[in-house]
Design a protein around this ligand. Structure first.
Ligand code: NAD
Length: 424
């Protein structure tokens, strides 16, 4: 990593994003100035977020919003509430958003934001005050033509509703298009909540088709059973694949015959329990053992860098579909390549969320709502086309899917910079 970066960016996830960028850039002839520009955020804002807690005390949280690149349009990216949120992590996620939006052909650049907080320790009213103050602090960066946030880990449609309301209060009228992932009644889109997972499902089915695997013979293991993992399990189970194992951060369950996903989801809807306690559906398994189960498809849908140099040599899958952001370390990526495991990278596999966020933004601008069937079919068209474009590139140039995807994304952004020229 260049020593010119401020030390606050020196975070493991940021180093991973830059190292991936460097691996792709060696295959391209980018102008050195542009290369240096694209490795670091265009602008970053660090804010203090003082919040009056329910006991009357004021607690100050650290918040961030990063715009990685604005060359192709307003920036787009989620808001994460998690204790580990830092400027470096947010900057890495913003960079991945730039490549993701470019690969999908969306008219956006990449952004990300977050607050270092454990939202499960806050009351609902504390969460609302935190969100409103954070949005007031980053207000100068936001706007439907400037930067449009969305949900990420630790945030949901209610938080997005407060974002929309806080922004609207500042400008004096209702601005639906300032944020996506909102409730339907204030301009949310049908199909947004499960969009990431529909995209993961579409990509998984394309992989099976390409490699001529029968859906009914396919076994899948999913790590992480939050928004992305649970909807992905439901969608793939409906398609007819066998889900062998699922997990949360406490561990998982495994059933060689295939898990009863609808039964598990309806059990969880009425009992908020951890996955390892669901022993009537399968036998308990640790997250370490789950990752190395024999299966065709492994879907990491939890947190960053879960597939590492330690476990990559022992993975027994043929395909990894990265639903989480950054789930594979750089060293593990090289091992998977060496072992011939086909990896669909995060910036392609989980792009469904931002694609349907784009649809929400367009519907808000049009003041017109699309049918859910339109959303699903347009998403499938975009993500399937992106998958085949990258697959063709990878096969033609003998590259991994990750390198081909990064080259495609970076190239699109480089074209935009070249057309616009350097100001002043
Ligand atoms: P979430 O908070 O709803 O769920 C995360 C899940 O992972 C939970 O079940 C949690 O218990 C589990 N988990 C955490 N640490 C774990 C570990 N070490 N081992 C196993 N399980 C663990 O978050 P989400 O919205 O489902 O997001 C999951 C991933 O997908 C993140 O990397 C996120 O950035 C990425 N992503 C989400 C979206 C979206 O629309 N929500 C879009 C694109 C990418």
């Amino acid at each position: 990593m260049s020593t010119a970066f401020p030390p606050e960016l020196n975070h493991q996830t940021f180093r991973l994003a830059v190292a991936q960028f460097d691996q792709a850039a060696v295959h391209m002839s980018l102008e050195p100035g542009l290369l240096e520009r694209l490795k670091a955020p265009q602008r970053s804002l660090c804010v203090s977020v003082p919040v009056r807690m329910d006991n009357g005390e004021v607690q100050v949280f650290r918040g961030y919003r990063v715009h990685h690149d604005l060359a192709r349009g307003p920036t787009k990216g989620g808001i994460r509430y998690h204790p580990d949120v830092s400027l470096g992590e947010v900057a890495a996620l913003a960079m991945w958003m730039t490549w993701k939006t470019a690969i999908a052909g969306l008219p956006f650049g990449g952004a990300k934001g977050g607050v270092s907080v454990n939202p499960s320790l806050l009351s609902l009213s504390e969460l609302e005050r935190l969100t409103r103050r954070y949005i007031a602090e980053i207000f100068p960066l936001l706007g439907p033509d400037k930067d449009i946030p969305a949900p990420d880990i630790g945030t949901n449609s209610q938080v997005m509703a407060w974002v929309m309301d806080t922004y609207s209060q500042q400008v004096g009228y209702s601005v639906r298009g300032v944020v996506t992932g909102k409730p339907i009644s204030i301009g949310g889109s049908l199909g947004r909540e499960e969009a990431t997972c529909r995209g993961v499902g579409d990509v998984t089915l394309e992989v099976l088709r390409h490699f001529r695997l029968r859906i009914s013979d396919t076994t899948v293991v999913i790590q992480g059973f939050g928004n992305v993992g649970s909807h992905t399990a439901r969608i793939l189970h409906t398609e007819g694949v066998k889900i062998l194992a699922i997990s949360d951060q406490l561990g998982g369950i495994y059933n060689q015959q295939g898990l009863d996903i609808p039964g598990i989801l309806s059990h969880l809807a009425s009992n908020k329990v951890a996955i390892p306690s669901l022993t009537k559906f399968g036998e308990p398994i640790s997250n370490e053992d789950l990752l190395v189960l024999p299966c065709q498809v492994l879907i990491p849908a939890a947190v960053a860098e879960e597939i590492t140099a330690k476990n990559a040599p022992f993975l027994q899958c043929q395909y990894v579909i990265e639903a989480a952001n950054g789930p594979t370390s750089l060293e593990a990526d090289a091992i998977l390549k060496e072992r011939g495991i086909f990896v669909v990278p995060d910036i392609l596999a989980n792009a469904g969320g931002v694609i349907v966020s784009y649809f929400e933004w367009v519907q808000d601008a049009q003041r017109f709502s699309w049918q859910e069937s339109d959303i699903h079919s347009r998403l499938k068209t975009i993500i399937t086309a992106a998958f085949h474009r990258i697959l063709n590139h990878a096969e033609e140039k003998n590259l991994t899917m990750r390198t081909a995807a990064l080259i495609t994304g970076i190239q699109e952004v480089a074209y935009a910079h070249q057309c616009r020229g350097l100001f002043p």
